[in-house]
Design a protein around this ligand. Structure first.
Ligand SMILES: [Cu+2]
Length: 67
């Protein structure tokens, strides 16, 4: 399953790492791609991973998920 999230507040490599790391800790998440320019985060995961769990993981790191 491919999920795309739009994230606000990521500005540098550290932000990218924080978001990637948080998502990769979710069971079933396989691959995470972050585009710092656009805030676009692409997540490849097993079908049972919910988008809400992804959102929560990102928000816990202090970033806003806008869609
Ligand atoms: Cu940063």
């Amino acid at each position: 399953m491919q999920t795309t999230l739009m994230v606000e507040g990521m500005t540098c490599g550290h932000c990218e790492k924080a978001v990637k790391g948080a998502l990769q800790e979710i069971e079933g998440v396989e691959e995470v791609k972050v585009d710092l320019q656009t805030g676009k985060v692409d997540v490849e995961s097993e079908d049972n991973v919910s988008k809400d769990d992804m959102k929560d993981a990102i928000e816990e790191q202090g970033y806003d998920v806008v869609s």
